[in-house]
Design a protein around this ligand. Structure first.
Ligand code: TRP
Length: 377
């Protein structure tokens, strides 16, 4: 039998989803769902992981589960085709994580880029000497271990494929190491996953509207899937472009120019015919911008049209589901039930492989009974 093709991916419920989430993974998930090439798809709302850096604010996580679920359904995930579920409801994930913790060293976790960055922020560094007295702020173990918990998420569903952004690469790599170690210690049990990255650089790491770093809620540089057409227009009109492109006649830079990065991520050839027929392609538009004589506003208007065309059906579906919140929770409950089944099967396999399934282990019981009987005889 050919190995089943299974997807597991997810998001932390700490806010509404934005265009970075969309081009980084969400759009791909919807395509894969509709392609019919996967045997099963699981989409996880990672509330337990969100708590690893929001433990002081569980209410934020609690309120945002519905926002992420609404964004998923609005973006076109179909509950008939995918199981959308809530991480903390699947207790098996904690148990898997507990066994995997034995297979990972503290030193290995410290090399994980996310963990490392967090430790640096708290005053820890590789150079810090023993006896260093500078104030350091402790790093909670829960946060420290979340790469291991993410390996539990992925392996519990026997995922072969994890569609995600480049920031998740170290997590999937860590998972592969755990799988490898587990299988070589206890026998072939777990499935080694692969990350599926966006196929274009602009989508890999969509910058915020300020042109800085990536789109992120804490930087306030996001365009949300639930933004109105007027909000999108305002955000795009205020977008960072080329600071040296002062007059229309000036030659402009396309690299690092947010409007063009977004066009790279969202524009399709047919958009030109529809919204800007005097150019035949994005390359032609870029050439003109570079030569000079093309204003920012014209490019921004094109982008506004493209984004609103994309977001209109998403907004419409959101309005539909916003009037059916109970139904959305029922969808999550159904998905969670299915996720629970599969994680339970994997956990049984894991316990069998580790031979810690004592009550089902008739051989163990019989052998020990026999040994004691012989001792007495
Ligand atoms: N770490 C992901 C994020 O920050 C969320 C997540 C948790 C996830 N478990 C996962 C993603 C498993 C992919 C696979 O958005």
């Amino acid at each position: 039998m050919a190995k089943k093709k299974i997807i597991l991916t997810g998001d932390r419920p700490t806010g509404r989803l934005h265009l970075g989430h969309y081009v980084g993974s969400l759009r791909r998930r919807v395509e894969l769902q509709n392609s019919g090439t996967f045997d099963e798809i699981f989409i996880m709302i990672a509330d337990a992981q969100a708590l690893t850096d929001n433990w002081d604010n569980p209410e934020k996580v609690r309120q945002n589960i519905i926002e992420v679920a609404l964004d998923y359904l609005s973006a076109g995930l179909d509950p008939e085709k995918v199981s959308i579920f809530i991480q903390s409801e699947i207790a098996e994930l904690c148990e898997l994580c507990f066994y995997y913790m034995n297979l990972v060293t503290v030193q290995r976790l410290q090399r994980n880029p996310t963990v490392k960055a967090e430790m640096l922020m708290r005053g820890f560094s590789e150079q810090a000497e023993a006896g260093d007295t500078t104030q350091k702020q402790g790093l909670p173990i829960g946060f420290f271990c979340y790469p291991i918990s993410q390996a539990a998420d992925i392996t519990a569903f026997r995922a072969t494929t994890v569609p995600a952004g480049a920031d998740q690469e170290p997590m999937v790599e860590q998972t592969r190491e755990i799988v490898h170690k587990f299988n070589s210690l206890y026998g072939e049990t777990l499935v080694e996953p692969e990350i599926l990255l966006p196929d274009n650089a602009a989508c890999m790491r969509l910058p915020g509207t300020d042109g800085k770093a990536k789109m992120s809620k804490s930087l306030g540089n996001c365009i949300y899937l639930s933004d109105t057409a007027a909000e999108v227009k305002k955000k795009v009109m205020g977008m960072y472009t080329d600071p040296d492109h002062l007059r229309i006649e000036d030659p402009g830079k396309v690299e690092g120019n947010c409007v063009f990065t977004y066009l790279d991520a969202f524009c399709r050839p047919e958009h030109f015919e529809k919204y800007l027929p005097e150019y035949e392609s994005l390359d032609a538009l870029k050439d003109h911008y570079r030569r000079g004589g093309l204003g920012d506003v014209k490019c921004k208007k094109l982008l506004i049209n493209i984004l609103n065309e994309l977001l209109d059906p998403i907004r419409e579906r959101r309005h539909y589901f916003e009037e059916r919140i109970e139904e959305v929770y029922a969808i999550l409950e159904k998905g969670t039930k299915r996720a629970h089944e599969v994680a339970g099967e994997t956990l049984r396999d894991v316990r069998n492989a580790m031979r810690i399934n004592y009550f089902e282990d008739k051989e163990l019981i019989a052998a020990q009974a026999k040994a004691y009987a012989e001792q007495k005889a």
